[in-house]
Design a protein around this ligand. Structure first.
Ligand SMILES: [Zn+2]
Length: 324
């Protein structure tokens, strides 16, 4: 017999696999059990599948779930039945993961990509709540290794025709900007993601040997050790080169957010991911660039995420609860 109240949440992330069980009455606050394991470099889909099922069995401890929710680190098709590919792990192409999990656990399974799942998680349990009620519409954006996003419109994930809506990281903010991983130029991600922010700081340090004293000291002169987090720390300590690079990155993101806000007029924008820990200077620049790029009178409410790294996993719970 399935347990009426037990929900299984699975997060196939780029660097780790997580399985957790929750019940509806404590969802968003407390896991019943949560197990996570790093996905080693070089792991393939078969390894991930095997490891995740072992984690899930451990979490369920012999119980059968009422429903399964899945957050996947890569595109899934619009019907959310197939994994199209993983951004991080080879061998996932066109995997019918939903059907496989439904037959393995004997329960309905609901799946989406990690950005959409995180958006749903924040909407249902996190920063998408205002006075204990969910906002009508929100854009969630994660700013870390990449820049991704998801829309919640009228309480549902808006995936678009191909399930790819919300890809704000690949909207263009500078036609002459740096080459992006997607093959085009000047995308938000090419300027604002953590690795690109660090790369731009490194380039400036090489071009201006007299500048960036604090940042150089922070990495003991080893430019390879420059990270977004260290650029933020140097900016905090008054390093002008670091301040300039950090502000450029924040402005590129804010500019992209302004475009999205102008198009869709969401009630709230939520930002998560490691780069959002870059401090008040970064947040100020994001908000002011967004405000400068929307029509007068439009709501620009940009707030930090509340659920941290567990946002996609709580989103998987919300998927399992609603079949969204
Ligand atoms: Zn791009």
């Amino acid at each position: 017999m399935p347990s009426e109240r037990l929900l299984l949440a699975l997060d196939y992330g780029g660097t780790k696999l997580t399985a957790a069980a929750a019940t509806p009455d404590t969802a968003g606050r407390e896991w019943r059990v949560r197990r996570s394991i790093p996905s080693p470099p070089g792991a393939d889909a078969r390894y991930d599948q095997f490891t995740m099922l072992a984690l899930a069995d451990e979490v369920l401890a012999g119980d059968r779930p009422a429903a399964v929710g899945v957050s996947f680190g890569g595109p899934v098709n619009a019907a959310a039945s197939l994994v199209l590919l993983s951004h991080h792990v080879r061998g996932w192409e066109n995997t019918p993961l939903r059907a496989q999990l439904q037959s393995r656990f004997g329960a309905p399974c609901f799946m989406d990509n990690d950005a959409n799942a995180a958006a749903l998680g924040e909407w249902r349990f996190g920063a998408g709540q205002v006075e204990a009620r969910p906002v009508a519409s929100l854009l969630y954006v994660t700013v870390s290794t990449g820049v991704g996003g998801g829309w919640i419109l009228d309480g549902r994930i808006h995936g678009g025709a191909e399930g790819m809506a919300g890809e704000i990281g690949h909207t263009m903010v500078d036609p002459a900007g740096p080459l992006c991983i997607c093959g085009r130029r000047g995308c938000v991600e090419s300027i604002a993601s953590g690795p690109n922010l660090a790369r731009r700081a490194r380039e400036r340090l090489m071009a201006e040997p007299e500048a960036g004293r604090v940042l150089r000291e922070l990495v003991s002169g080893n430019l390879e050790a420059v990270t977004a987090e260290r650029v933020a720390r140097a900016a905090e300590a008054g390093d002008e080169l670091a301040e300039a690079v950090l502000t450029e990155a924040a402005r590129a993101l804010g500019h992209g957010l302004g475009t999205a806000i102008t198009l869709m007029n969401p009630q709230r924008v939520i930002l998560g991911g490691g780069v959002t820990k870059a401090g008040e200077r970064w947040w100020r620049a994001v908000r002011s660039a967004a405000r400068a790029n929307v029509l007068p009178g439009m709501t620009v409410d940009i707030v930090p995420a509340a659920l941290g790294d567990d946002a996609p996993l709580w989103g998987a719970v919300a998927l399992a609860m609603t079949g969204n």
